[in-house]
Design a protein around this ligand. Sequence first.
Ligand code: CA
Ligand code: CA
Length: 350
Amino acid sequence: MKTRLTLSVALIVLIIVIMGFGVTFALFTDSAQSSTSALAAGTLVIDSVTPQGAVFSTDIHYSNLAPGDTGSGTLTVINNGSLDALVSISGFVYDTDTNPASLFGGATPLALSETNGIIPISAGGTADFTINYSFPSDAGNSYQGNFGTATINVHAIQAPNSGTVNSQGWTLGTGYGAGGGFTSGPTGGTSAYFVTGSQPYGWAEIRNPNFTGTQLSSLSALSYMTYVSGSAVSQVAPWMILNIDINDDGEWDDLLYFEPQDQGQSVLLNQWQTWDALNGSWWSVDGVAGMTSVNPKAISEYLNVYPNAKIVNSSAGGGVRVAAGFQSVPWNFVGYADNITVGGSFFDFE
Ligand SMILES: [Ca+2]
Ligand SMILES: [Ca+2]
C-alpha cells in the first residue's frame, strides 16, 4: 500500500514536472486587421498548498497586438492537491528583453491587470481568473510584430479551518462554504480577510474575547480599516458587531451593529478606508432607543437607555467581531480588515 502511494505521488510529481515544461500556455493573439482578440485558455496546476502558502507560476505569451488593443484572457487554476485552497494572483513579472524587443519593454509597454481577489478552490476543483491586457494606443511602430512573455505568479494558501486563531487573539469563524483567515493583505502586511464564496448565507467573521465585561461607556476608541476587493459584487464593507449584556448577568441580550455603508460616505473599492465606529451610527437587534437597521444612531443614545451596557462573550466566541457575508443570495465577497482599535488595544495582525 505504501509502495503504491509512493508510486502515485511520484507519478503526480512527474505529471506536474511534465506540465511545467510542456504545457502550451495561453496564447493571446490579435491582428492589426481586427480589434477582437482571440485567445486560448491558460492553465496552471497547483499542489501542496500549506498554511504558509506558496507561489506557483506560469507564463503567458502575447503577440500580434495592435496599438490600442485591450482585452482579457482566462487563466484556469486547477487545485490538484488534497486540501482546499485560497488562491490569488500575487503579481506579474514581465520579460522586458530588448533583443528582440518585448511587448512588455520600451516606453509604451503592454500592461496586465487583474481584479480577481482571493478565490477559494476546493481540493480537485478549478477556478478561472481573468487577466486583462492593455496595449497603449500611442505605442509606436517599433512594437510591430513583437512578442511578449509575462510570468503570472499565483499565491495559494491552505484554506484555514473555522477556529483558526491569530496570535493577537482573534478567532476565525466561517460557514456555508465561506473562507477567511489572517494572511498577506492587498497592500502588504498581514490582514484579516473574508471570502464569502458562492453559497447563500456564506459568512466569515473574526472575534476577539479580550473585552468581555468592558463597559461600553468606557471605550476611548473603536475603529478599524477595511478594504473591499474590486471583485466584490456589493459595495458593503465588513461590519463590526458587539455582543451586549444590559443586565450584568454575563449573558448577551442584544447585538450592536456598525455598518460602514450607513456612515454617510461610500464604501470604495480597492482601497483602505478607516471607520471611526466609536463616533459612528449603530443599530440594535433589540431596537433599543429606536436604533434599527434603517435608523442607526450614536452609541450615546444606547447608553441613555442602558448606561451600564457591557461587551460580553458568548458560547459562540468573543464579544467583539468584524464580519462579512450572511446574504440570502450568493455574494462572492472578498474583503479585508486591519488595524482594529478597541479602547487602548490595537490589532494589526502582524
Ligand atoms: Ca444579560
Ligand atoms: Ca496589518
